[in-house]
Design a protein around this ligand. Structure first.
Ligand code: CP3
Length: 332
């Protein structure tokens, strides 16, 4: 087993940094497009065989040092009876209006059996660690509340007009997400990344109340404390000190921040992951190399550094450039 990622998450990697990318499984890969032909995204996320095949693609094609489960943060809706779909060019859509007060948690093991079967089968094939993941309650809630544009206008309207119901909704999502994370680990996930992608649009008091408090509970209340957990918010750098006070194994940093400055705010043994701007893939190979080198030179000899992007790969980048960067990191 290639253990660079797990070693870095335990702050003890003395070799080159491990490399994997957020959204490494997906649309920029022609092999993904081929599997997707004639299928809906919803069907793909619900098929344990496809979960295995799509998760394996970047490992086989790119040679990354870790696999991330092919699934979506919205999959937990299955454990609350919420109906949804993914529409091309639009993204996730909730099918019916929901009465939040009536949401009932279902059996998580039964509702999401296909994910757990996928994880068990992946572990039989993989020679690199498998990262499981979940959305944080706040970010998952935005997909229930945000009906117009993605500026969180609807979410914030509900947050302030119905504060008690909003909190109850987050509590319900939290319960499902916590159990889902534990079950991923029990079925074989070797690290867990939590995505609170929209937390960066909150004010500081909102962040503490609706994002940080649940991230803290996820870090502290999960059953398997020995399995590393990585926290990611878009704009994590704004909240570096608050996130590091939770003492997760790792924090994933957006591209807006300087990694060395982040290291001065986030002490060992917390691993730091990031933070190349994914837009660099639209530029020249030499520029990609220069930026990767600058990043790696800065983090040199840091036993807890993980090479990654500041956010997910864009769907329209050439695979060759992605491969080139991975080889460059591996030969650093
Ligand atoms: O490779 C991986 O990173 C693993 C798989 C993964 C997906 N979604 C598959 C996916 C992961 C980790 C996610 C997380 C996710 N999903 C987040 C948090 C990370 C982030 O990007 O901030 C969020 C906010 C979502 C919600 C979501 N899912 C949106 C808004 C969309 C549509 C827009 C988009 O980015 O594509 C999806 C669809 C989705 N999830 C795709 C994939 C591969 C697109 C696939 C396709 O269109 O064929």
């Amino acid at each position: 087993m290639n253990s660079l990622l797990l070693d870095a998450l335990h702050y003890k990697n003395l070799q080159r940094p491990p490399v994997w990318f957020m959204r490494q499984a997906g649309r920029y890969l022609p092999e993904y497009q081929a599997l997707k032909k004639g299928r809906t995204l919803y069907d793909m996320f619900h098929d344990p065989k496809l979960i295995v095949d799509v998760t394996m693609q970047p490992v086989d094609i790119l040679g990354v040092d870790a696999a991330i489960l092919f699934s979506d943060i919205l999959i937990v809706f299955d454990a609350l009876g919420i109906e949804y779909e993914f529409q091309d060019k639009i993204g996730p859509v909730i099918k019916k209006p929901i009465d939040f007060a009536k949401l009932q948690k279902r059996d998580v093991k039964e509702s999401l059996w296909f994910v757990f079967e996928g994880i068990r089968n992946l572990r039989k094939e993989l020679k690199v660690p498998l990262i499981g993941f979940a959305g944080a309650p706040f970010t998952v809630a935005t997909y229930l509340l945000e009906l117009s544009k993605r500026e969180l206008a609807d979410t914030k309207k509900y947050m302030y007009s119905e504060p008690e119901s909003f909190k109850l909704l987050l509590d319900k999502l939290f319960e499902v997400i916590l159990e889902y994370v534990d079950l991923q680990v029990e079925n074989g996930a070797q690290a867990i990344q939590i995505f609170d992608s929209w937390a960066g649009l909150l004010s500081y008091p909102e962040f503490k109340k609706y994002s940080l408090s649940y991230l803290e509970r996820l870090v502290k209340e999960r059953k398997h404390q020995d399995v590393p957990m990585i926290l990611f918010c878009r704009n994590s750098s704004l909240f570096a000190q608050e996130l590091s006070a939770l003492k997760p194994h790792g924090i994933s940093i957006d591209w807006g921040a300087d990694m060395l400055k982040m290291r001065s705010l986030i002490p060992a043994p917390i691993a730091l992951q990031g933070n190349l701007d994914p837009s660099l893939f639209h530029g020249s190979l030499s520029n990609i190399e220069n930026e990767a080198k600058r990043l790696m030179d800065g983090m040199k000899n840091d036993p807890g550094y993980i090479f990654n992007l500041g956010h997910g790969i864009h769907p329209d980048v050439p695979v060759e450039k992605v491969k080139h960067l991975i080889q460059y990191v591996k030969s650093y």
